[in-house]
Every structure is written in C-alpha cells, then in structure tokens.
Design a protein around this ligand. Structure first.
Ligand SMILES: [Zn+2]
Length: 421
C-alpha cells in the first residue's frame, strides 16, 4: 500500500487538502489524516496531485516508422509528461484499420506496462477515404474511437456514413477537419508572416470550413463528433454555436495553439511547421477564451515525432508536427494557470476528466475511492528550461525546446505502480 500524505488533490470539480491511500491497483481512500501501518509514505507537501493525464491524440509511429518513435519510447515519453493513458492515431505503416492491428497495440501496451495505450482505428480502409472499416470488430479488439487523422475524409457522403456507422457501435469519430482543396500545398498560416517569409499560406477556412461541414454532418447523423486540434477563432465559434444547439460535439486544442503564434516561423524553425499551422495572436486569444469558457473540452498533444534528418530540411520539405508529450502539462500550467486564464481544476478537466468522459474510460480521470490508481504528482513551484535532448521520446523536434517553463512532473503511478521517469 502507498499513502500520499498532505496532498493537494485536484479534481475537475474542486481541490482539497487530503491524504490518498493506494491499495493495489486502486485508490481505496481519499480522506484527511489516514493512518496505515506498513504503507509506504510519500509526503506531498507543496505538491499538486492530479488524476493521471489522458492524451486523446498522439502519434506513436508504431508499426512501420519506428525510427521516429515506437511503443516503448512513446509510452516512456508519456509517463515523463504525466500521461498514464494515451490514444495513438492510426496513420502508421500500415494504418491501424483492422482488428488485428488493434490487438497488436493493446497487447504491446500490456507487455510494456508503461502508460496504457488505446488504439484509434481508421475511419476508412487504408485512410483512403472510400470504404469504411469494420468498427464493431475493431472496437471488440480494443479501438477506443475512429479517425483518419492526417488524411481527412474529403467525401461528405462517406463521412456521413462513417458517423452513422460509428454511432451504432457507440464509437466517437475524432475528426481532423480540413478541406484539403483549400489548404492545398500551403505550409504555414496564410497571413503577414507567410508573406514576409515567402512561404505558401494555408487559409484559416481550410480548417473552419472543414469543421463546419463535420459538425453539420454529425448533427444530421445524430452522432458524436470530437474535433481534433482546433486552432482558429472561427473554429471555436462554430463549435460554441453547435454546443448551444445541443449537438454532441466536443473538441480539443493543443499547447502550441495557445502558447505560440506564427511568429515562430520567422526564423524558419521547422519545428514550428505544424498542421493545422500556428496562427496569429487574435486566434491564440480566441483559443484561450474557448478554453476558459468550456467550449474547448480537451488539451491533447498531437505528439508528432520525426527523425532529426527529416525535420532538418528546407521549410517546404520538412514534415508537419512537434512532439508534445513531455511538455504539455508545463506549457499549459505556465501559459494558462499561472496567467490566471484558468484554474488547476480546469486543467484537470482539460487533461484528464474530459478525455476520460469522451472516451468512456469510466475508471479514470478522477481521484476518488474506487478509481484506478493512475496518479500524477507535480511540483508547481519548479521552474526549468526544456532540453529536447533529454526527452524519452525518439523525436527531439520540439517547438518548446529552450523554453523556460513552470510546473514539473515528479511522480507518476499507473494502476498503483510507481513508474521510473
Ligand atoms: Zn491531425
């Protein structure tokens, strides 16, 4: 048994000073002044104790691109960032589009025993945007949701059918909403900085028009839709209005969309080449507003590891993406909590409770008696400089490399077991 003494426990609905007793794989008691003979005692004075973070959106590159990341390095990176559950996107080689692949991810996750990994199955076979996968059999084999992240379903009729079909199995569609005919060959946000740099722009409507379509299709289907990596003011507004109408729509943003603007591209830093692209400051403000008013439900990482040589190219030729698992908490804590935009309880909602709720992971996302003992302890006063070279992830392509951040993960428990970070 493990006893967390003097803990400041942060749940989505409140914070309290208490002790937490872990018995085996479960939290058995959450009350002040627990005495437990023989328990290992961890003094949490001055620390914040959150339910383990849950990342709804990361890329572990396994199978097929394991020079970028694999299940082992990816789950160790997850633990280092306080994530006890992560969901991996299916754009692997081959894509995760059948039950055997779901089985592979779940089996490998159990064998590694780091962060718990759930696969997200493809919407369409091979992410080709035409034929739907077998959602029922994929769900039985462990799929937690479906998505064609990276290669959005361009055909509206296919997307409508996918939403209806997913609904019959109680699966949520995670949509990378983008109209590729609008984004074209763009590499950065269309705007002043794109012009200054001489880089091709991606109009904001590529994202917001895609989201508008998917929201309307989800309402038509009466299905649940979760919109991935929202980055523009218009996108937030579309989702805000849909929620007011009562649509079953949720959404996420990522740390880079509230902590950075497209000024990052002025140095041609390819780690700032991300899709959707980093936006201008008015969009960043709208994202923070959406987080604060609850329109944005979740902070996900969109952790996208790449090899050094792949990113170390001319801007036009480098792949999109930044790693994020090992910095998400600190970036969010520094840029949202310490600026008083949100409270620690909101951060718990965004990084743990809401993802658990959306994904139907009813045994986690909360510190309470009976819950799975997935716990992260953070030192809110710690300040450090991000050094990507020290990451557990194989991907060192971090937009946040060199940033000064507050809030550091000190201990992580998965199913009651204290993990080495
Ligand atoms: Zn995406």
């Amino acid at each position: 048994m493990i006893l967390l003494k003097n803990a400041t426990v942060v749940n989505a609905d409140g914070m309290c000073e208490t002790d937490v007793l872990i018995d085996g794989e479960t939290i058995s008691h959450v009350t002040p002044n627990i005495e437990c003979f023989g328990a290992e005692i961890i003094d949490c004075e001055g620390k914040l104790v959150f339910p383990g973070f849950i990342d709804m959106h990361c890329h572990l590159r396994d199978p097929g691109q394991t020079h970028k990341e694999d299940m082992e390095s990816g789950t160790r990176a997850a633990l280092a960032g306080g994530y006890t559950t992560v969901c991996c996107m299916p754009n692997t080689t081959p894509p995760l589009d059948n039950p055997a692949m779901m089985n592979y991810i779940r089996t490998r996750s159990a064998a590694l025993d780091n962060a718990d990994v759930y696969p997200i199955g493809c919407i369409t076979r091979g992410q080709k945007g035409a034929e739907l996968c077998e959602y029922g059999r994929m769900k039985e084999a462990g799929a937690i949701a479906v998505s064609d992240d990276g290669l959005p379903v361009s055909n509206g009729a296919v997307m409508l059918n996918a939403l209806k079909y997913a609904k019959t199995f109680g699966l949520t569609v995670l949509s990378h909403s983008e109209d590729k005919s609008i984004s074209g060959t763009g590499v950065v946000n269309a705007g002043e900085n794109a012009t200054v740099c001489g880089l091709r722009g991606i109009p904001k409507a590529a994202e917001s028009a895609g989201i508008a379509r998917d929201v309307l299709l989800a309402e038509e289907a009466g299905a649940r839709l979760h919109v991935c990596h929202v980055s523009t003011a218009e996108s937030v507004d579309i989702i805000r209005q849909a929620k007011k109408r009562g649509a079953s729509v949720t959404c996420e943003t990522c740390p880079h969309y509230f902590a950075a603007t497209d000024d990052e591209i002025l140095s041609y830093n390819t780690n700032a080449k991300i899709n959707p692209p980093l936006r201008a400051s008015d969009d960043v403000d709208a994202i923070i507003e959406g987080i604060a008013d609850g329109t944005i439900d979740v902070i996900a990482t969109d952790h996208a590891p790449h090899g050094f040589d792949e990113k170390n190219k001319e801007f036009d030729y480098a792949p999109f993406g930044t790693v994020g698992l090992e910095t998400a908490f600190s970036v969010a804590y520094t840029r949202l909590v310490l600026t008083d935009a949100i409270k620690p309880t909101d951060l718990c909602r965004l990084m743990s409770a809401a993802p658990a709720n959306i994904l139907g992971l009813t045994d986690r996302g909360r510190i309470e008696a009976g819950a799975r003992a997935d716990i992260v302890i953070v030192d809110p006063d710690a300040e450090y400089t991000v050094d990507a070279r020290t990451f557990k992830s194989k991907g060192k392509n971090s937009l946040f490399d060199g940033w000064r951040l507050n809030g550091q993960i000190t201990d992580v428990f998965v199913k009651g077991e204290r993990k080495t970070l």
